[in-house]
Design a protein around this ligand. Structure first.
Ligand SMILES: [Zn+2]
Length: 229
């Protein structure tokens, strides 16, 4: 079916009581109708919602644009390349005789002989430092203590809190804005009190991290960092 604006949509009948229109993150438009509703009645409903559908599709386009803009540059460690670091971008400068990497304003000074695995080792060290002091801070704020902390290499999740309260956190959080690192640490520590994502969990998390929704959005826009390097 299509609307006067040219938008194509699908009608899906199911055993529901009410009619609703849905715009998926992919841009697909679906009108969900009760089993006995005719297609022309469903179409009349879609017509009445056309303005809303147009607005929702514009939002989908905007988000797709943001997602594309958030794609990190390819990185192999060469002179002049950009490396995401704590929400910014550092430009690699190779230096002979440098004993270890150094961050200097927007530059990452790297020993001339450093390969990608050396750079990753250094990033992991930086991540461990960023995470450790946040664990202490949010542990104190939440009044919880964790059993152990391990830096994780998982490419599917930023963090994890086991049933026995061991915390795993991705070293790739080092690519993220500082608030996102705060958020993930606070989130996992909050699981020591509440194991599932129930209302009490989010109430407790928001007590120590009021900016939750904005940062969750940032993290979902930048999920590709989870699989970077
Ligand atoms: Zn969780």
């Amino acid at each position: 079916m299509s609307l006067p604006s040219g938008i194509i949509y699908t009608i899906v009948h199911s055993s529901r009581k009410t009619i609703a229109v849905e715009v998926k993150p992919t841009g697909e438009v679906i009108v969900r109708a009760p089993l006995r509703m005719t297609n022309s009645a469903a179409h009349a409903f879609a017509l009445s919602k056309e303005e809303w559908i147009i607005k929702s599709l514009a939002k989908v386009k905007e988000r797709q644009k943001e997602l594309l803009a958030a794609v990190p540059p390819p990185f192999t460690g060469k002179e002049g390349e950009a490396l995401p670091y704590l929400g910014g971008l550092l430009t690699v400068r190779r230096m002979a005789g440098l004993p270890e990497p150094e961050v200097m304003e927007d530059s990452l000074l790297l020993p001339a002989e450093y390969g990608l695995s050396d750079i990753i080792r250094w990033l992991r060290e930086r991540a461990a430092k960023e995470l450790s002091h946040r664990l202490a801070k949010y542990g104190r704020l939440l009044g919880v203590s964790w059993k152990s902390f391990r830096l994780s290499d998982a490419r599917t999740r930023w963090g994890m809190c086991s049933g026995k309260n061991s915390i795993n956190l991705s070293w790739r959080l080092i690519f993220c804005i500082p608030e996102a690192i705060d958020y993930v640490v606070a989130h996992e520590l909050c699981h020591i009190k509440h194991k599932s994502h129930k209302r009490e969990f989010y109430a407790e998390l928001e007590r120590v991290f009021p900016d939750r929704v904005r940062v969750e959005r940032w993290l979902s826009l930048h999920c590709m960092f989870l699989n970077y390097l």
